[in-house]
Design a protein around this ligand. Structure first.
Ligand code: SRM
Ligand code: SF4
Length: 560
């Protein structure tokens, strides 16, 4: 019999996600929690971290690492009210590190919560009618949806679906309430049940996105399930269903790879939640519980085959998906500036560099929230939309935010994961370095005449792919301090993975590698041709047709 991974035992023995978290919170001798409890707090949306900048100094002084916690909200569709935004602002200021971090999954992360602040922080989130339930862990995570408030009917439908899926797939355990809100309960849980997940939940994390074409702002093909809306006269009548997407891989292990999801059919809007549940239960039963590196749905599908997966889905649903019918995508990313809605309101797209809301921008957004009763919608590209602004308030909103929104096109189309100093898995800088690299590349695009073009750059500090770098036109993935693998050729509409172009290069080599390519693109591109399509047409890299070919077709010097 195959041996289960350690996490499977931790889950099974946890009394439905309780472990000894409540006791650990009372232990004042350490700023951290036990190793097993660290795995369990993830299911409550909480990660133990430490400030990696301080590690050497603290080690020299024989001090414990500078532990703190990151908490992540569950916000299906990314929609917050203005009072909720204010509450989150206050929480970051009083309990966190004074910043809000908008994430690539349309939510907010708080960094720097010390252990004694953790429970008050979660209680403040709860008081604002929000929670952190299942924002991490081996369950369905925050369900993301296209940000299209300018199409009110469609937007309302996808946000409602995101909420309905999130509700259906939310763990039923009361552990989150018991530990963080009620506060004292240590025992309990034995009598509970998880009708969808069971005692050991899923083999691994699970992610769902809902897209409204032509906008692929959610990167539908990067998800375990991507729903792609089919519209008739502005109304969503159903969704194409794509399965088996994912980004994470491990350097030097070619049996791990990013994968774009496969479209397997169409369901009506009323059927979409049942489809999600059926797919989740297949992954619960078929997923690999021995090796967490092969436990995502993408590997289940590679192992069992798409036909077998489709047959099992039909069996569990009791009916069959019909033939796919969604329209294609035009682009990923977000629009900046005003979008007009039919009722005369406006929606202001604000670029937030790498999602970090801090300093004057944080203060300006608070002022906007205080004056505006509309919604704050977080995008899946770490940006923000101030929605439902009446005509009379447009000038005020713009005056407050425009000074913070100026950025080149290159910068606006770029995204970096958090990485150092908080991410325990980072091999290289990302959020703290990308602005500098973009600055250097702005000089290059300025020289060759590409300042008016949209070229998409994404960076991560390790191969886990939190900023979806393998779907970028230019992807940079950390391999070690100051070093990155450079990937090219991910399609601008999010439908094609990229290919490795240079291994382990630093700042100067990145600029040196990209300069001639950008220059050639400016001079030789066809009408409307994207940078990623150009590098494939001219043979700079081979196209990657599917995830299991990600490591193929490399020149000899790059092949592992
Ligand atoms: Fe991620 C782990 C940050 C989106 C793939 N991710 C982490 C952790 C929690 C590190 C850890 O496990 O200790 C990072 C915390 C950093 C920090 O200090 O805050 C982290 N991931 C992020 C965020 C904040 C990146 C960002 O800059 O916005 C995103 C938060 C999402 C959210 O709000 O829920 C984030 N992570 C993603 C995405 C993109 C997406 O979901 O669309 C991916 C790729 C898609 C996918 O899942 O395949 C992603 N994160 C991972 C992985 C690799 C998973 C895999 O299948 O191999 C890990 C590591 C792991 O799970 O073992 C990881
Ligand atoms: Fe951390 Fe790696 Fe994710 Fe970046 S990609 S946040 S370095 S896990």
């Amino acid at each position: 019999m195959t041996q289960l991974s350690r996490n499977e035992h931790i889950k099974a023995d946890s009394r439905f996600l309780r472990g000894t978290i409540a006791e650990g919170l009372l232990d004042q001798l350490t700023g951290g929690l036990s190793e097993d409890d660290q795995q369990l707090t993830k299911f409550h949306g909480i990660y133990q971290q430490d400030d990696r900048d301080l590690r050497p100094e603290r080690a020299k002084k024989r001090l414990e690492k500078a532990f703190s916690f990151m908490a992540r909200l569950r916000v299906p569709g990314g929609v917050l009210t203005a009072p909720q935004w204010i509450a989150m602002h206050d929480l970051a200021a009083t309990r966190g590190n004074g910043t809000l971090r908008l994430t690539t999954r349309q939510t907010i992360q708080f960094h720097g919560l010390i252990k004694s602040n953790l429970r008050p922080a979660i209680q403040a989130i709860h008081a604002a009618l929000l929670d952190t339930v299942a924002a991490c862990g081996d369950v369905n995570r925050n369900v993301i949806a296209s940000v299209v408030p300018q199409l009110p009917e469609a937007h309302e439908a996808v946000v409602a679906l995101a909420n309905a899926i999130s509700d259906r797939l939310r763990p039923r355990s009361r552990a989150w309430h018991d530990i963080w809100i009620d506060g004292t309960q240590v025992a309990g849980g034995e009598e509970e049940d998880e009708p969808i997940y069971g005692r050991t939940y899923l083999p691994r994390k699970f992610k769902i996105a809902i897209a409204v074409p032509p906008q692929n702002d959610v990167d539908a093909f990067a998800h375990d399930i991507g729903y792609i809306a089919v519209l008739e006269q502005g109304r969503i009548i159903g969704y194409d269903v794509a399965v088996g997407g994912g980004m994470g891989m491990t350097h030097g292990e070619p049996d791990t790879f990013p994968r774009t999801a496969d479209v397997i059919g169409f369901c009506t809007a009323d059927q979409a939640v049942d489809v999600a549940e059926a797919i989740v239960t297949i992954q619960r039963d078929w997923g690999d519980r021995a090796d967490r590196k092969h436990a995502r749905l993408k590997y289940t599908i590679e192992r069992r085959g798409l036909d077998a997966f489709r047959t099992e889905l039909t069996r569990r649903l009791g009916w069959e998906l019909s033939a796919p019918r969604a329209a294609g995508f035009a682009r990923t990313g977000d629009a900046a500036g005003w979008q007009d809605a039919p009722d005369g309101t406006g929606h202001y797209g604000l670029f937030v560099e790498n999602g970090r809301v801090a300093g004057p921008l944080l203060a300006a957004l608070r002022q906007v929230a205080e004056q505006h009763a509309g919604r704050f919608i977080i995008t899946p590209n770490q940006n923000l939309v101030i929605a439902d602004v009446p005509p009379g308030q447009r000038a005020t909103v713009e005056a407050l935010l425009a000074p913070h929104a100026t950025a080149s096109r290159l910068r606006r189309n770029a995204m970096a994961c958090v990485a150092l100093p908080t991410c325990g898995l980072a091999l290289a800088e990302s959020e703290r370095y990308l602005p500098e690299l973009i600055g250097a590349l702005e000089q290059v695009v300025g020289r060759v005449g590409l300042t008016a073009d949209d070229i998409m750059i994404r960076m991560t500090g390790c191969p886990n792919g939190c900023a979806r770098p393998y779907l970028a036109e230019i992807g940079l993935v950390g391999t070690g301090p100051g070093l990155y693998n450079l990937y090219l050729g991910g399609a601008f509409d999010g439908t094609r993975l990229s290919k490795l172009y240079r291994r382990q290069i630093g700042h100067d080599a990145i600029i040196a590698a990209l300069t001639p390519l950008l220059s050639a693109y400016a001079a030789q591109r066809g009408a409307g041709e994207r940078f990623s399509d150009f590098v494939i047409r001219t043979g700079v890299v081979q196209a990657t047709p599917s995830g299991n070919r990600f490591h193929d077709d490399l020149p000899a010097e790059l092949a592992a």
